[in-house]
Design a protein around this ligand. Structure first.
Ligand code: AMP
Ligand code: ZN
Length: 270
């Protein structure tokens, strides 16, 4: 697969980005976000890196150093957000203590906290759009996990552009690698010899998503994944989409679906 061509096609078909946009790419330091940043820069977009230092020991240190070097070499401005300065804690405390209190998995709360910080900081940076590195495998895993949970409608509204871009204070999130299988991103990144870590998050073990990913590797081809994702997008188009107004959280002022946002519910539970 020509990954760069696929990204350009997806951007065009789903109108994800404009050349005049200030595009903030959420960088984990892994192959997906690094590749998408590199491709968007090559395609001529006005890109900026935004990375959250999660305080996962040496793993975070190396990712941060790698992204600082990568952005420097490619003349891309980078903002690193210090999680401890933002919320007073590293991600381990959030995952181990707060997630348990809320009865959620570590990966779910980490995702909520990351989204909350990314929206806040992208807005501070004056971003028109946030890009994430989610790929086809991530999306196919979501379809399967929602199915196994007995609610495919959890995937309603899924697509290369997520969320409701109309709410004040909300920065639209987009996924240019939506139709690119993980194996293709890996190949792309290795071919270009990006000097990054290829390990998975050291905290993500024994979770539903990890089990689903392992099952998928053995049982589904890239064509199957695409069929699943496109099939679901087609069949639930407009069904069950969250049409509630986007509100402002009474605690932190961030965009929220309820009076108190999901992140503040987690921070406030102790
Ligand atoms: P993950 O939730 O780790 O699968 O990551 C999904 C996407 O979220 C990545 O491709 C990045 O775009 C973004 N992301 C993950 N971790 C970070 C981080 N520490 N800082 C900024 N963005 C991140
Ligand atoms: Zn809040």
């Amino acid at each position: 697969m020509d990954v760069e061509k696929k990204v350009a096609e997806t951007i065009k078909k789903y109108k994800l980005l404009k050349k005049s946009d200030k595009v903030v790419v959420a960088l984990s330091g892994g192959k997906d976000s690094t590749s998408v940043l590199y491709i968007l820069k090559k395609l001529g977009y006005d890109v900026y890196g935004l990375m959250i230092d999660l305080y996962l020991g040496k793993w975070s240190d190396v990712h941060r150093e790698n992204m600082t070097r990568f952005c420097g070499e490619n003349e891309i401005p980078l903002v690193v957000v210090d999680l401890k300065k933002e919320i007073g804690q590293g991600i381990c405390f959030v995952k181990a203590v707060l997630a348990k209190k809320k009865g959620l998995t570590g990966c779910t709360v980490c995702g909520i906290v990351k989204k909350w910080i990314l929206n806040r900081w992208a807005r501070k940076m004056g971003a028109d759009v946030i890009v994430t590195g989610h790929n086809l495998d991530d999306e196919a895993q979501n379809v399967l996990m929602n199915y196994l949970k007995g609610n495919v409608l959890l995937g309603a509204g899924m697509g290369p552009a997520t969320g409701n871009g109309s709410g004040e204070g909300f920065v639209q999130r987009v996924k240019p690698l939506f139709f690119v299988p993980e194996a293709e991103v890996l190949k792309y990144s290795r071919e270009r010899k990006f000097d990054i870590l290829y390990d998975r998050c050291p905290c993500a073990f024994g979770t539903y998503r990890v089990d689903t990913r392992e099952w998928m590797v053995e049982n589904m081809s890239d064509e199957d994944k695409l069929k699943d994702v496109e099939g679901l997008m087609d069949s639930v188009k407009g069904v069950g989409v969250d049409v509630r107004d986007v509100l402002k959280c009474e605690v932190c002022g961030e965009v929220s679906r309820g009076k108190i946002c999901k992140a503040c519910e987690i921070f406030g539970c102790i």
